[in-house]
Design a protein around this ligand. Structure first.
Ligand code: C5P
Length: 231
């Protein structure tokens, strides 16, 4: 099977910036190595991966080039869109000529994705249309449409927090994404698009270390993770 990976890094990276930081969060170093460089390396480390395609913001060409990443399996970056969903679609279009069997779609903002997790997702695609890592929800989740008054409590035993990489049959997710782009609905991950297209999506156990760098604080957490101290 040929397996392509889309690493979406085309966000503005604003939420994690401190005082309008000049460097977008994807390009800030953790333990001396920029986030995107770590994420790309994590996938190149997996032998089964045939291609890695970065999707970047049009304004970040210089930031990406400065990473100086070179690998026979690393494709030149393509520009993303206004939403994560649009950025993924740009990635899928760029992969079309390669016709991979599977595609893994991963947030650049999750640089600590373990090799075993990537391999578990790949293994799970075979008997389904798609697979994603999830973690059980440990907090009790309240529902509140107005963000003020509590309207109810979810049954957390049925709830699972989604991570990436999310892997799919290339053909099926490409077709689902193209159709999803034609309707007015914001899908928050690719598995949601697969569900909407009635594909079979299975969960595999996620990993607590596979954190998403979203807020400035997450950089401190990430540095501690690298030091083997996950407080
Ligand atoms: O904003 P959020 O944390 O959900 O973004 C998840 C991932 O999607 C990030 O790696 C971000 O760079 C990427 N993204 C993108 N294009 C956008 C918005 C987000 O590639 N327009």
């Amino acid at each position: 099977k040929s397996i392509a990976v889309i690493v979406v890094a085309a966000g503005q990276g604003e939420r994690a910036s401190v005082n309008g930081d000049a460097v977008p969060k994807q390009y800030r170093p953790i333990g001396g190595k920029p986030v995107v460089a770590r994420t790309v390396a994590a996938f190149l480390d997996v032998e089964a991966v045939s291609h890695v395609l970065p999707v970047i913001h049009a304004d970040h060409d210089g930031n990406f080039a400065a990473l100086d990443l070179a690998d026979a399996r690393l494709l030149p970056p393509v520009s993303g869109g206004a939403s994560r969903q649009a950025s993924v679609l740009e990635g899928l279009k760029a992969l079309e000529p390669l016709q991979p069997d599977y595609v893994l779609i991963h947030d650049a903002a999750r640089p600590f994705v373990p090799r075993a997790l990537i391999e578990a997702v790949i293994a799970a695609i075979a008997d389904n249309d798609g697979a994603l890592p999830t973690l059980p929800v440990t907090d009790t989740i309240k529902r509140s449409p107005d963000g003020h008054m509590v309207a109810g409590t979810e049954d957390r035993r049925q709830l699972h927090a989604a991570q990436t990489p999310q892997g799919f049959s290339f053909e099926r997710i490409f077709s689902a994404h193209r159709r999803a782009a034609q309707i007015e609905r914001d899908f928050t991950d690719d598995a949601e698009i697969a569900e909407w297209a009635q594909l079979r999506v299975v969960m595999v156990p996620g990993d607590r270390d596979n954190i998403k760098i979203t807020h400035p604080d997450d950089f401190n957490r990430a540095e501690r993770l690298l030091q083997g101290d996950s407080r």
